[in-house]
Design a protein around this ligand. Structure first.
Ligand code: FES
Length: 154
């Protein structure tokens, strides 16, 4: 069940669009901001507001890699695995994060602090290797800088 705040924000967003379904990505982002991820129940409730079927909205949600259809930790670390980041060794960074956090890509730490996810290009190729933690982009990262970055997130 969507909360009053969620509904209010969603209605405001829907008011900006002639066709409710064209607000689908923004609507999913709003719900995800409140809940951290999009459960089946949230998806169904949001689809009703958007006048879409849950299946239609799910196809939007699963298309966008920044919309999470599974429970994630309090913070999500996205590691770019596309060509520019591959060339400069994203694999070493993933291995470092695996060793440091004790989780493999796709997993969440036992304390729910971090989820680690590989992701296609973050659009910061000139700053490869790039990672994103929640909504903050970090470029030219190294093991040392990643170590400092993750300390900022409780
Ligand atoms: S390839 Fe990594 S940010 Fe574009």
């Amino acid at each position: 069940m969507l909360t009053e705040n969620e509904r209010e924000e969603l209605e405001k967003e829907l008011g900006r669009h002639e066709l409710k379904s064209s607000a689908s990505v923004e609507a999913l982002k709003i719900v995800q901001r409140y809940r951290g991820w999009i459960s089946d129940e949230s998806l169904r409730d949001t689809a009703v507001l958007l006048e879409m079927t849950p299946e239609e909205l799910d196809s939007v949600a699963t298309f966008y890699s920044m919309i999470f259809r599974r429970r994630v930790g309090r913070h999500v670390i996205l590691v770019c695995t596309t060509i520019s980041c591959w060339v400069v060794g994203y694999e070493g960074l993933l291995n470092y994060l695996h060793a440091r956090l004790g989780i493999k890509p796709g997993e969440t730490t036992a304390d729910d602090r971090f989820t680690l996810l590989p992701i296609p290009c973050l659009g910061a190729c000139d700053g490869a290797p790039a990672i994103m933690v929640d909504e903050t982009l970090y470029t030219n990262v190294t093991e040392k800088s990643i170590s400092e970055i993750i300390e900022k997130y409780e």
